[in-house]
Design a protein. Structure first.
Length: 132
């Protein structure tokens, strides 16, 4: 009762102390989404004793290489994140593409799991515990 008297006697609106959980969820989601996008654009995988980018541009390049395979090409040049050119067979290219896809899927799976946690969080404290 003393708390309510203090609030009423000092013209303090209860809205000053109530956290809008939906707004807090949106803020946390935005933070997590930004981290996911940063991770996605800096993602690499190890293959053939080298590192290869898995960002959107690298995946688009991979799709172009696969399109070339449909025209009968059997060797493919691809540049690593370390600026080393590799010549791969169609099978090697496929293996690299699978690794890239798995890495990207892992990023999205983490993001989706965190989105679920955000949706289930009921307090600002719960949300503050959710980290990328």
């Amino acid at each position: 009762e003393a708390v309510f008297d203090f609030i009423n006697n000092n013209n303090i609106g209860i809205q000053d102390y109530v956290v809008d959980i939906e707004t807090e969820r949106e803020i946390k989601h935005s933070e997590i989404k930004q981290k996911m996008q940063e991770t996605r654009e800096n993602l690499t995988v190890s293959y053939d004793s080298d590192m290869f980018d898995c960002n959107t541009n690298a995946q688009n390049n991979m799709n172009s290489l696969f399109a070339s395979a449909q025209f009968g090409l059997t060797e493919f040049n691809i540049r690593s994140a370390n600026e080393i050119t590799h010549t791969f067979s169609a099978e090697q290219l496929k293996d690299l593409a699978i690794l890239m896809n798995q890495a990207v899927d892992n990023v999205y799976q983490k993001y989706w799991n965190l989105k679920d946690e955000i949706r289930l969080a009921n307090t600002k404290s719960d949300l503050s515990k959710i980290k990328w």
